[in-house]
Design a protein around this ligand. Structure first.
Ligand code: AMP
Ligand code: MG
Length: 916
């Protein structure tokens, strides 16, 4: 005090000009000088309203948002073994509370509506005493723990003090647990240390019959809070703010950590922990590395964390919150209160940057941050006005803290052994935090604290392993690029390969028109096709298809030629399709309802030579030169042979061309060969467990490849196909058709299915006839749809989620959602798209085509034997999307879907979204 007064007097004698120059010099210099000279925080005058500090204001705001949140409870438990002097305990706590106003502070709103600190002049300890000694000895520890947790979990009312809660739990005559819980608004970790130390000193003195005389505190927290406002308002705030504005920019991207489970509506998560130890040798090398590059260990460890976050999220702009003790002014060193501040340390990196370069950026940011550390975090938030959200912390969403373990053994008390233990469970302040703790033996504990509801433990194990790996790479290969650091262990890579493959078993699959011939021979009279009032047996359908096939061949259809199908939904449409394949040619769906220009483009692009249609459609259709139009309703085929034509062809010949709109530009035609179609049909028969007793609904239009899954597998296995008519069914019509047609298997688009089950769920539960299985695909299946499925009384029906781009032949992966939903509680976890169907290999790759680790989104790429030949007339695009499979030594191809997906811990694939 005397020293500070002296300084103040000397300053008062300076001329204004001298004072201005001094201020300039102080600013230019580092802040230690500034602290020594400017930091004379004064005791407050009487009767001023005790405004909250900025940090308190933030706590007040958070508490009002959610008073039950325990994330900002600071708790510690002391285990006291030996003879406890309760009177000394009381007296010691009273003394500590007397000394520190914070421990007697509550918050109130004053007449002007401003929150202020209300300090109780006399508050004494209200010690809660709990006895668990009557429990059997083996249960007492747990009981004590439960009690401590309960005490910690009890919410504070910030408007009613004290915001300090102390409980003594008696386990036995000579064993007690002392639980101390405070709200963060009056304290911080540093304060906790002060309280424990002072308590111990008082207790010792009391037990020895002395009174402890601590030198008076120069100021109290409320003084600091007022001073802080004045100082910052006098210009310091603007100066520091302008740095942070520049440093953090206008955009404040939110860190999108890929979580294992969906985020909850509130931010109340349980905190869980996973630690990994960096051995002393490694820690030593890190230290050396830091030193030789003029930086601290903190910088290296933070950089590793930032790089880890980049690799997990793919985001370039990484922001991490870092707490700083903020005790660099002498007067506040021993004061209990909320001093800790938080800084945002930003680093912008990309995959092509060398590790060392990224490290240097971390260092620069950290050095600057030190110079501008007094600006309270809340002021920064207020100034930058990032988009506020209840779910996310503003400006940063994860924290990093580097500390040295306190070596000081807890001061021993007379007759008592004291140990500190941590209460396991807390609310999680953030989804993810990393503490690195330098241990006395030289090792470093890297402790990940994470939201238990969001992350699996094994994900944290993986993250911590990758963190250590990144740090090692940083030391060993500082010139390597971040994107080239391989994250997968051999075992993980093998695991992913196993998950991703379903080896081909259908290499010799018979082409489908030949397979259908077999069924015709085996079961000529079985029902093949049902359309409105018409039922066709296998033999009847086959005869008609054969006759048309001969005509098509006579008109020039042959392997590799393209036949357009511009027919309304009818038996003729099916006959035309089969006839085309029987002629060895490829079909091209030409929906007569499509705009004329689009049809013209598709006809020209796929070089269609023959178009099958109906006479009433002819006026609507383009009829380019050299293209033969065949109207199936008027053509007389009675003279054509009815036996199956025998043509010479091989599996590589084209079977169909399907045009997908493509988000930009012209539609592109995907061409699939006969052999691939045949193999896919085999794998679909197996995956859908189809048999000749099934009645499969053909719901899709012919334009989409879903049509293929709803038609060919059924016909190839000898089942019956029920062809929907021209009108789209509403939910009741759908239901009536299910019942009257005794349909067993249905394949629907996700959108239609959602409407259907929501309509069904609104009604009384009812029977669904013979229905045994429903496949859904085309879009992401929302998790809550399973609840609707159950409400509709459909839980006995197998539900499959089917995923697949046209380029990898209809369905590439399949998930059985029934397994998922049978676990009574229908969870909110995303529904997976399951595992690959036979003949596909699935890889999830990053931008460099390196496999991503489990849990991290990557581009879904499909390899194996069942890819399309490519796009019609678009060799450039084909080469871009169908690339050489980097993991296949036999020269296979890989299709890049542009879909993002990630591996779940059980090896199922979760669809995440589109890349673009
Ligand atoms: P298409 O090539 O027209 O069959 O469209 C395939 C695209 O639809 C895929 O690349 C996905 O983006 C999307 N898709 C298909 N099925 C699913 C599904 N079950 N879940 C999520 N997205 C799907
Ligand atoms: Mg599809």
């Amino acid at each position: 005090m005397a020293e500070n007064d002296d300084l103040a007097q000397r300053r008062a004698r300076l001329t204004p000009e001298q004072r201005r120059r001094l201020a300039q010099r102080l600013r230019a210099n580092n802040d230690s000088l500034q602290q020594a000279t400017e930091g004379n925080i004064k005791h407050r005058p009487e009767d001023v309203p005790l405004r909250l500090s900025y940090a308190q204001q933030r706590q007040w705001f958070l508490w009002q948002l959610d008073p039950d949140d325990t994330a900002y409870h600071l708790s510690s438990v002391l285990r006291l073994t030996g003879k406890l002097n309760i009177e000394a305990l009381h007296a010691s706590f009273d003394a500590v509370m007397m000394r520190h106003e914070s421990l007697r502070t509550a918050i109130s709103i004053d007449a002007t509506g401003v929150p202020v600190q209300i300090i109780d002049a006399t508050a004494t300890l209200n010690l809660l005493e709990i006895d668990v000694s009557n429990f059997p000895p083996e249960q007492r520890i747990q009981q004590a723990r439960d009690e401590a947790m309960r005490i910690n979990a009890t919410e504070f009312d910030l408007t009613r003090g004290p915001l300090l809660r102390v409980a003594l739990i008696r386990l036995a005559a000579e064993e007690h647990h002392l639980v101390v819980v405070m709200h963060h608004i009056i304290s911080d970790a540093w304060s906790n240390r002060i309280i424990v130390d002072e308590f111990a000193a008082h207790y010792r003195a009391h037990a020895e019959g002395r009174t402890l005389a601590l030198s008076a505190l120069p100021i109290q927290y409320a003084d600091y809070a007022l001073w802080q406002r004045d100082w910052l308002e006098a210009g310091e705030k603007d100066r520091q703010l302008s740095y942070w504005r520049k440093q953090l920019g206008e955009q404040h991207p939110v860190l999108q950590m890929p979580t294992d489970h969906p985020r909850l509506a509130t931010r109340n998560y349980r905190a869980a922990r996973h630690s990994v130890t960096l051995p002393a040798t490694m820690a030593h090398r890190l230290q050396q590395h830091a030193k030789s590059h003029g930086m601290t260990m903190f910088v290296v460890l933070l950089c590793g964390f930032q790089m880890l976050l980049h690799r997990c999220t793919g985001q370039q702009d990484i922001r991490v919150g870092v707490p700083i003790a903020n005790r660099h002014r002498m007067e506040i060193e021993k004061v209990v209160g909320l001093f800790v501040n938080t800084q945002v340390l930003r680093n912008v990196m990309d995959d092509r940057m060398p590790l060392q370069g990224i490290l240097e950026l971390t260092r620069d940011a950290a050095l600057n941050a030190q110079t501008y550390q007094d600006l309270p975090f809340d002021q920064l938030v207020e100034a930058l006005q990032p988009e506020r959200s209840l779910h996310q912390n503003p400006l940063f969403q994860t924290m990093f803290n580097h500390m040295r373990e306190d070596y000081r053994a807890l001061q021993q008390l007379p007759g008592l052994t004291v140990e500190e233990y941590e209460l396991g469970e807390h609310g999680a302040q953030f989804e993810l935090m990393l503490d690195t703790i330098e241990k006395p033996g030289g090792s470093i504990e890297a402790r990940f604290t994470f939201a238990d509801e969001l992350f699996e433990r094994q994900t944290m194990e993986r993250l911590s392993r990758q963190y250590v790996h990144l740090l090692n790479q940083l030391m060993e290969h500082p010139d390597h690029c971040l994107g080239d650091v391989n994250f997968l262990t051999e075992a993980e890579w093998n695991q992913l390969r196993t998950w991703g493959s379903h080896e081909p078993r259908y290499a010799e699959a018979e082409l489908i028109h030949r397979l259908i011939d077999r069924r015709v021979t085996e079961q000529p009279d079985a029902v093949a096709l049902i359309f409105e009032d018409i039922e066709l047996s296998y033999a009847q359908l086959n005869r008609r298809a054969n006759q048309l096939a001969y005509r098509l061949m006579a008109l020039g259809a042959k392997p590799e030629s393209r036949v357009g199908i511009a027919i309304e939904r009818s038996v003729d449409m099916i006959v035309g399709l089969l006839a085309t394949l029987k002629a060895g040619a490829a079909y091209v769906p030409l929906d007569p309802d499509y705009p004329r220009e689009r049809l013209e483009y598709m006809i020209a692009d796929s070089a269609v030579e023959l178009i099958l249609t109906q006479s009433h459609l002819l006026p609507r259709l383009p009829q380019p030169n050299g293209c033969t139009m065949v109207a199936l309703d008027t053509v007389d085929l009675s003279a054509e042979p009815t036996t199956s034509p025998s043509i010479s062809m091989h599996g590589g010949h084209l079977a169909y061309v399907i045009y997908t709109s493509g988000s930009t530009g012209m539609p592109k035609g995907t061409g699939v060969s006969h052999a691939v179609l045949a193999r896919h049909v085999q794998s679909a028969i197996d995956a859908y467990a189809l048999s000749d007793t099934d009645r499969v609904l053909l719901f899709s239009t012919i334009n989409f490849d879903a049509f293929i899954d709803q038609f060919f597998p059924a016909l190839c296995v000898g089942a019956s196909v029920v062809l929907r008519g021209t009108s789209l069914w509403d939910s009741e019509t759908f239901y009536q058709q299910l019942i009257t047609r005794q349909i067993t298997v249905v394949d629907l688009t996700t959108a239609y299915w959602l409407v259907l089950i929501s309509d069904f769920a609104k009604r009384e539960p009812r029977q669904y006839g013979a229905l045994r299985q429903v496949h859904v695909g085309g879009e992401r299946m929302p998790p809550d749809a399973l609840a609707q499925w159950h409400n509709a009384g459909l839980q006995a029906v197998t539900l499959l989620n089917a995923y697949g781009p046209t380029e990898a032949t209809v369905t590439a992966t399949l998930a059985n959602c029934s397994i998922h939903s049978s676990t009574s509680v229908v969870g909110s976890d995303p529904i997976t798209i399951g595992k690959p169907l036979a003949g596909r290999r699935i890889y999830l790759l990053d931008q460099n085509l390196m496999p991503v680790a489990s849990g991290i989104p990557g581009e879904l790429c499909i390899g194996g034997e069942l890819l399309a030949r490519g796009y019609m007339n678009q060799s450039g695009l084909t080469a871009q999307r169908f690339i050489a499979d980097p993991f296949d030594s036999h020269g296979g191809r890989l299709y890049r879907t542009g879909d993002l997906a990630r591996w779940r811990p059980d090896g199922q694939i979760e669809y995440v979204g589109r890349i673009d």
